[in-house]
Design a protein around this ligand. Structure first.
Ligand code: AMP
Length: 488
């Protein structure tokens, strides 16, 4: 499965290894022309669901942050992985990954414990069997310098910190009111020791994060009733097995810490469904106590079941309490508080943090179909790179002219589409299906007579005839789920 997707990704320009002509560097990928369109659509659905419908502020901050930010947040000291080197061939491993390669489980062990396992089991370098060094801590942030006076800085390891440090300004812009919800889509950088699994573990990746600030006593949401009855698959920390439970009951039974956290867990579930992940492949796993940062009140990962990599975390949703604002307040000497009518208090924050690249992988993997006769990506129309492809039935001048007119009409309506005249109509359908184009529009001889045109649905390959005048509106309604193809 993995290699089929990688092959398709390279051939059709979904995602491509970066810097390839210079030998490449692992952990970096370029999105090609088709991948970039799909990624933009994922971000657009996210923006519509969270920024527009939740009424959040969206901001866009620098990718670089000065050193103080990351001293305050704890990243400078604690954002580290344990590494170990082979004394013979020089290969560097993440110590826990190396131990796991030998079939030994290592969940959240300290450097001391990991060293003890390596000594006790006499583990060696995987490639040359050489002796291993002591374990060291390796900070995952990319360091850099600003200006000629070399002020130390880092590429941000997450987009969130820039929201925290802007709190006072945003609070004022929000007319000094809570709740205050702030969103950001942007790049994050982590110098992973062993980037792998293509888009799953990258050194530069895209995050879409929300920081939702509230008074500590008000961890509720006014629209909670809209999602209260959604049934979720949860894996609570103490449980061996998953449970299926409504959001409301999960809060009432104390499984999820509060309504606000539960609200964002439910909206995350809806989002994953809206971009095409089936509900049976989605679960929410609660962090065990030892996984959770000491300040986190409760933390859940949205996980998706993949064929290639089993369950993977795609979104982290945490109640971070007042940790971040407190830390930045201490470091900067500035008060970061909100007024509750009686006193100034440090707000608490709930943070849903989405990994766009992992979600991209899950969508493509879920959509991939190869039934022996036909290969296609069963992408939802709102995610498809092109909503439509426009063809003439035959490469005859009058048909090409007509299909070109239709192509121009759709472009003018801001519909992402392309015009293809090369090869047979069958080949053109096949090329469109393979990259997940939602609908193929074909001008034929009847079109020349009465301005009617065929729409072919990718998944069923069924065709309907509609009038060209109505085409753009119909396509938009199909994309937005306002009408169904079989009802045309
Ligand atoms: P975290 O801040 O570690 O909770 O990350 C939030 C989200 O970012 C995760 O749920 C992932 O989807 C994504 N993510 C984290 N690290 C990486 C990485 N190295 N490559 C790709 N996505 C990542």
């Amino acid at each position: 499965m993995k290699s089929k997707i990688t092959e398709l990704a390279k051939r059709r320009g979904l995602f491509l290894p970066s810097f390839e002509i210079y030998g490449g560097a692992s952990g970096f990928y370029d999105y090609g022309p088709i991948g970039a369109l799909i990624k933009n659509n994922i971000e657009q659905v996210w923006r519509s669901k969270f920024v527009l419908k939740e009424g959040l502020f969206e901001i866009s901050s620098p990718n670089i942050g000065i050193e103080d930010i990351f001293i305050a947040s704890g990243h400078a000291k604690h954002f580290v992985d344990p590494i170990i080197k082979c004394k013979k061939c020089g290969k560097v491993y993440r110590a826990d990954h190396l131990i796991e390669e030998y079939g030994i489980k290592t969940q959240n062990l300290s450097i001391k414990d990991l060293s003890e396992i390596i000594r006790r089991e006499n583990l060696r370098c995987i490639s040359c069997k050489g002796e291993l060094s002591d374990i060291e801590s390796f900070n995952l942030m990319f360091a850099t310098y600003i200006g000629a006076d070399s002020k130390k800085a880092y590429l941000r390891p997450e987009t969130a910190q820039h929201i925290f440090i802007l709190f006072n300004r945003l609070y004022e812009i929000n007319r000094k009111k809570l709740p205050l919800g702030v969103a950001q889509i942007g790049r994050a950088y982590r110098n992973e020791i062993s980037p792998r699994q293509a888009l799953i573990r990258l050194r530069e990746f895209s995050q879409a994060e929300i920081e939702y600030f509230v008074f500590p006593s008000e961890k509720k949401h006014e629209r909670f009733s809209e999602i209260a009855n959604i049934e979720l698959k949860l894996l609570p920390a103490e449980n061996e097995d998953e449970i299926k439970i409504s959001v409301k009951k999960a809060v009432e039974n104390g499984i999820i810490a509060n309504e606000l956290l539960a609200y964002f867990i439910a909206r995350t579930y809806e989002f994953l469904r809206e971009v095409g992940i089936p509900s049976e492949k989605i679960r929410f796993r609660q962090h065990e106590k030892h996984e959770r940062a000491h300040y986190a009140i409760d933390c859940w990962d949205a996980e998706v079941l993949t064929q290639a990599f089993s369950w993977i975390e795609v979104v982290g949703i945490a109640d971070r309490g007042d940790y971040d604002l407190k830390a930045h307040s201490k470091m900067s000497g500035k008060k970061l508080t909100a007024f509750d009518g009686e006193k100034h208090v440090i707000p608490h924050v709930v943070e849903p943090s989405f990994g766009i690249d992992r979600i991209f992988h899950c969508i493509i993997e879920t959509a991939y179909r190869d039934d022996g006769k036909r290969k296609f990506l069963k992408l939802k129309p709102n995610i498809a790179p092109y909503l439509a492809a426009v063809f003439p039935l035959l490469t005859k001048e009058e048909l090409i002219k007509k299909s070109h007119e239709v192509f121009a009409l759709l472009k003018n309506k801001n519909i992402f589409c392309y015009h293809d005249v090369s090869g047979s109509i069958g080949r053109r359908y096949a090329r469109a299906d393979e990259i997940g184009v939602a609908f193929s529009i074909t001008a034929d001889f009847q079109t020349l007579e009465d301005d009617s045109i065929t729409i072919r649905e990718r998944d069923t390959t069924e065709q309907k005839r509609v009038n060209i005048k109505e085409l753009a509106e119909i396509l938009i309604k199909l994309r937005d789920g306002e009408i169904r193809f079989n009802k045309l």
